[in-house]
Design a protein. Structure first.
Length: 670
C-alpha cells in the first residue's frame, strides 16, 4: 500500500521556518490531505464516517504576518482570496513533500492535485468551485501565472495543478530574504549613490502613488539622471526596481511576457527599461512587443531614453512623460551613443554605482563623432581670422556671429529675452555667394574662434526620396552635433529651402514636411548652424527671415583680388608678376585664385624651375576654362591698375603679361 502521508515531514524545506503564513496554511492542508487519504484507504472499515474537511478557510490577517511574508505579499499583490491562497498551497504540497505527492497519486492518479481533489481539500464541490470563480482562466491564480494547468485539454475535474518553480522559490524564501530576480533578463537594482533631482523625483513618485500601473517615460540627457530617478521613485512607493536588459531579447512571445510580468509581481517591483534604439534596429520589434504587452499589466513600467517618445516605434502611449534632462542647455545623448553609454550605466547600477558624467561625455563624444562622420565631413579649423581677405562689412557680421554664441545666454537674460516654446539657445546663419567667394573658409574661421570643430554636411546627400529618411538623417546630425558641441555647416541649402509652390501631389507634401522639420530642428538647436547657398534667389523669404545673420560673400574687388594674389604667391617671390594688372584684368573669386596659383606651382615643379609669370597666366587660363569664360591676355589698352605692392617693379610687359627677361614665348604662355 502507498505510504501514508501522516508521517512526519522529515527533511521538509520548512523545518527551520516558523511563523509564516505559508507554513501555517501548509500544516492545515497537510492535515486535511492526510484525513482525505485515510478516508479513501482500502483498510478503512465500510461503516467509517466520510471525510469531513472542516470549515472553509477564513481570510488570513495579512498584517499579522508582516509585509515581508512571502504568501502574504502574494495575497496582497495578486488579490488572492482565502480559498485561492489555499489552492496555491495545496498545489505546492507535492513539490516540497514526497508523501503528499504519493497521496495525490492515489487520490487522482497524478503526483499533482487535480482540480477535483484540490477543491475537495477545501471542502468544495466542483460546482461550488466554478460558482466561486476558482480556477477559471480569468482567476487571479491562473491569469497571474501562479498556477498552471498541466493538461488544459482534459476535463476540468481532471486537470492537474502545477506551480511554476519561480513561485515555489518565492514561497520558500525567508521573510527577510533580499529580493532576487529569477529571470536572467531582469536584475534587482540596489540603492544608488547618485541623488536624483528632487523636483523630478517628487513628480515621478507622485504619479506612481496616484496610479501605480502602466508606463511612464523619463527623458534624460548626458547627465544620466533617468535610471537613478526611476529606481528611487519605485523604492519610495515600496516597489523593487527590476532592470530589464533590452539586448537580451531575441524574440517576444506570450511565454516571455508572462515570465517578466510574473517576476515583477512576485518581487513587488516595477520594471525599468531603457529604450535607446532606432526604428529599423533588429532588436526593436521584440522590445516594442514586450513594452506594449507590459503596458496592459498591473505593474508600473518606467521607460527612459534621450529622444522624444516615439509612439510609432514602441506601439504604446505612456501615461505620463517626465523631463529629467536638468536644464535646456544640457546636452542630449544621441541614439548612437545612448546605447553604448546605457550598457556601462546599467552595469554600474547593478553594482550599486554610477558612471561619472565625464566618462559619459567621453563615450558620447566618440560615438557621436562616428555617427556624424557617416553624414558629414570633419574639419579641424586651420583658418585664422587674419587669413581671410574680406570686406569690413562681412568681417563685422562674422564677429557678431561669434559674439552671439559666446554671450547669448548672458545678453538675452539681461534683457529679459529668455527663449521659450522649445527653442534652443543656438544661432543660425546663412552664407550666400558664388562658389569660391570664401563661405566655407569663413565658417572654418568662425569655428576656430569658438574653439570648436567644424562638420560640413552636403544636404543633397542627406535628402532622401523615401518618406521619413531625410528627417531621420537630420535628427542624427543635430543630435550628434549637440553632443559634440561643434559647428555644423549645411552646404547647398537651396536644395532643401527652395521656394514653395502649390501642393499638387504627395511629393510636394513630402518636401514641405522635410522643410518644416529642418526649420523646427534649427530653432531647437543649441549650437551654431551655418547654411550656405550659391542661389539665394531660389530660397523662400519665409526661410531667410529665421536666420540671425545673413552674410553675403560677393565677388571680390580688384583690391581684394590683389591681396589674395599677393598672399598666395608669397612663397614664390620669383614669379615676377604684375599682381595689380592680373587682379584688374581677371575677375576671379578667391577659390579660383588659389586654384590658379596651385596650377602654376605644379607646372613649375614639373619643369624643375621656380614659378614664373607664364605659369601664373596659365593657371588663370585654366580657371577661366573651368568657368566657361573666354581667356584673353592683357593688352596695353586695358589700362591695368598699377600694382600697389612691391611686385609692381617687376617689369611685367602689359601686352603679354610676361617678364621680357624670362625668355618665354608670349604666344604659348610658356
Amino acid at each position: 500500500m502507498t505510504e501514508s502521508p501522516s508521517e512526519d515531514r522529515t527533511g521538509s524545506p520548512l523545518d527551520d521556518r516558523t511563523g509564516s503564513l505559508f507554513e501555517d496554511r501548509m500544516a492545515a492542508l497537510e492535515d486535511r490531505l492526510r484525513r482525505l487519504y485515510a478516508s479513501r484507504s482500502s483498510d478503512l472499515p465500510p461503516d467509517a464516517a466520510p471525510y469531513e474537511p472542516g470549515a472553509p478557510a477564513e481570510a488570513p490577517d495579512l498584517a499579522a504576518f508582516g509585509p515581508d511574508d512571502p504568501l502574504a505579499t502574494l495575497c496582497q499583490e495578486f488579490g488572492l482570496s482565502a480559498d485561492e491562497a489555499d489552492l496555491l498551497v495545496a498545489a505546492t504540497l507535492p513539490e516540497v513533500n514526497g508523501n503528499c505527492a504519493a497521496a495525490y497519486r492515489v487520490l487522482g492518479r497524478s503526483a499533482r492535485p487535480t482540480a477535483a481533489v484540490a477543491l475537495e481539500l477545501l471542502g468544495l464541490s466542483l460546482a461550488e468551485g466554478v460558482v466561486r470563480g476558482l480556477l477559471h482562466e480569468g482567476s487571479a491564480l491562473l491569469s497571474g501565472g501562479l498556477v498552471i494547468f498541466e493538461n488544459p485539454r482534459d476535463p476540468f475535474s481532471e486537470r492537474c495543478l502545477r506551480v511554476p518553480d519561480r513561485v515555489i522559490g518565492h514561497l520558500l524564501a525567508g521573510p527577510h530574504d533580499p529580493p532576487a530576480s529569477g529571470d536572467r533578463r531582469l536584475s534587482t537594482v540596489p540603492p544608488l549613490p547618485h541623488t536624483p533631482d528632487e523636483e523630478a523625483l517628487a513628480a515621478v513618485t507622485a504619479q506612481l502613488r496616484a496610479d501605480g500601473v502602466g508606463t511612464l517615460y523619463l527623458r534624460e540627457s548626458i547627465t544620466s539622471a533617468a535610471l537613478p530617478t526611476a529606481c528611487a521613485a519605485l523604492r519610495a512607493t515600496g516597489r523593487t526596481p527590476l532592470l530589464l536588459d533590452p539586448f537580451d531579447l531575441e524574440h517576444t512571445d506570450a511565454e516571455l511576457l508572462d515570465a517578466v510580468r510574473l517576476e515583477g509581481r512576485l518581487a513587488g517591483g516595477g520594471i525599468v527599461i531603457p529604450v535607446y534604439a532606432e526604428e529599423g534596429d533588429p532588436g526593436v520589434p521584440a522590445l516594442s512587443r514586450l513594452i506594449s504587452g507590459l503596458a496592459r499589466s498591473p505593474l508600473p513600467v518606467l521607460l527612459y531614453g534621450s529622444e522624444v517618445w516615439q509612439e510609432k516605434v514602441w506601439r504604446t502611449v505612456p501615461r505620463a512623460t517626465f523631463d529629467v534632462r536638468g536644464g535646456s542647455r544640457s546636452r542630449p545623448l544621441p541614439t548612437a551613443a545612448g546605447a553604448v553609454i546605457d550598457i556601462a550605466r546599467r552595469d554600474a547600477a547593478l553594482r550599486g554605482a554610477t558612471v561619472p558624467v565625464e566618462t559619459v561625455r567621453r563615450i558620447a563624444h566618440v560615438q557621436a563623432a562616428r555617427s556624424l562622420e557617416q553624414l558629414a565631413r570633419h574639419v579641424e579649423p586651420q583658418v585664422a581670422p587674419d587669413d581671410l581677405v574680406l570686406p569690413e562689412r562681412v568681417r563685422e557680421q562674422l564677429d557678431m556671429l561669434v559674439f552671439r554664441i559666446e554671450r547669448r545666454e548672458e545678453v538675452l537674460g539681461t534683457h529679459g529675452l529668455r527663449r521659450g516654446g522649445g527653442r534652443g539657445w543656438g544661432a543660425t546663419a546663412l552664407f550666400t555667394g558664388e562658389s569660391g567667394t570664401g563661405k566655407t573658409m569663413a565658417a572654418e574661421a568662425v569655428a576656430g574662434r569658438l574653439g570648436l570643430d567644424l562638420y560640413i554636411v552636403s544636404l543633397p546627400g542627406v535628402v532622401s526620396k523615401y518618406i521619413g529618411e531625410t528627417e531621420k538623417n537630420l535628427e542624427r546630425i543635430f543630435s550628434a552635433a549637440e553632443a559634440l558641441d561643434c559647428v555644423v555647416l549645411f552646404d547647398e541649402a537651396d536644395t532643401l529651402f527652395s521656394k514653395r509652390g502649390a501642393v499638387k501631389d504627395s511629393n510636394d507634401r513630402h518636401g514641405n514636411l522635410q522643410i518644416g522639420y529642418m526649420l523646427q530642428r534649427l530653432e531647437q538647436f543649441n549650437g551654431l548652424a551655418i547654411l550656405t547657398t550659391n542661389l539665394r534667389s531660389n530660397m523662400d523669404s519665409a526661410f531667410t527671415r529665421r536666420f540671425e545673420e545673413i552674410v553675403e560673400f560677393g565677388s571680390p574687388t580688384a583690391e581684394v583680388r590683389a591681396e589674395l594674389w599677393r598672399r598666395y604667391l608669397a612663397e614664390s617671390p620669383d614669379a615676377a608678376c604684375d599682381i595689380g594688372a592680373i587682379a584688374h584684368d581677371y575677375s576671379l573669386a578667391g577659390g579660383n585664385i588659389r586654384a590658379a596659383v596651385e596650377t602654376a606651382v605644379f607646372r613649375a615643379a614639373a619643369g624643375g624651375r621656380a614659378v614664373a609669370a607664364g605659369d601664373v597666366l596659365k593657371g588663370v587660363e585654366t580657371e577661366y576654362g573651368k568657368l566657361g569664360r573666354l581667356f584673353q591676355r592683357p593688352s596695353p589698352a586695358s589700362g591695368p591698375a598699377p600694382d600697389p605692392g612691391p611686385a609692381s617693379a617687376s617689369g611685367l610687359d602689359p601686352a603679354s603679361g610676361l617678364d621680357p627677361a624670362s625668355g618665354l614665348d608670349p604666344a604659348s604662355g610658356e
